[in-house]
Design a protein. Structure first.
Length: 226
């Protein structure tokens, strides 16, 4: 009885088992390690005493099986490690709920009757800074000239009013910051938003944070405040 192909069959067993897991009534046509050992035992019992199995081939097959078994054990260990890391990440991520996240965005969350803060980083001191606010339809609702502004991180305040002084409704708005130096040349601007993290979801183990109407990945968050 030949067993030359058993090793390759065992390698396919894991894939076939996963496919059959969704349907428990479906059997498997691949060999697992238990079936492989039973096959070898039966082969030894049924071999012709006058023509015993080639011992060299037998030892080679056992060596291949031992190597495969070690690979499976390593795979199991790595799977357990990844599961442990995922659990630790989920626990750490859950602890971020309730904290204020600072993240790169041009979106501004407004609560009617309250001012909104827009975090801006200027590459150098600006001779003039203009703030433009647009609603969700793209209509400009407010233009503000803020004058000279220092380089670095600045917190720009929008009072939540339109150009006529009317309080705008709660919702998401888009901000555009235009900065120029004393000679009127453009200055590099990075806009950041800040919002309290109110919830968390997991997409294939990857955490996504709900903050101020935005869905953030961990890489989007540049700062975390209490």
């Amino acid at each position: 009885m030949a067993v030359q192909s058993t090793i390759s069959q065992i390698q396919d067993a894991g894939t076939t088992a996963k496919a059959n897991a969704a349907d428990p009534t479906k059997g498997s046509n691949a060999l697992g390690k238990n079936e492989f050992l039973k096959l070898l035992t039966a082969q030894l019992q049924q071999q012709d005493p006058t023509q015993p199995m080639d011992s060299t081939a037998f030892v080679s097959q056992l060596a291949q099986f031992s190597s495969l078994e070690q690979m499976n054990n390593v795979n199991d260990t790595l799977t357990k490690m990844l599961t442990s890391q995922d659990t630790a990440l989920q626990t750490t991520s859950a602890g971020m709920v309730g904290k204020t996240a600072v993240f790169n965005t041009d979106q501004v969350s407004l609560t009617q009757g309250k001012p909104a803060t827009i975090n801006v980083t200027l590459s150098q001191t600006a001779g003039n800074v203009n703030l433009i606010i647009q609603d969700q339809s793209g209509k400009t609702v407010r233009k503000m000239g803020l004058g000279p502004t220092q380089s670095g991180v600045n917190r720009l305040q929008w009072d939540g009013l339109d150009d006529s002084g009317k309080a705008l409704p709660s919702g998401m708005y888009t901000s555009q910051v235009i900065a120029t130096d004393l000679n009127g040349k453009s200055i590099s601007v990075t806009q950041n938003g800040s919002a309290k993290i109110t919830g968390i979801t997991f997409d294939n183990g990857t955490p996504k944070f709900l903050a101020g109407g935005s869905t953030l990945q961990l890489s989007d968050i540049s700062e975390l405040d209490e």
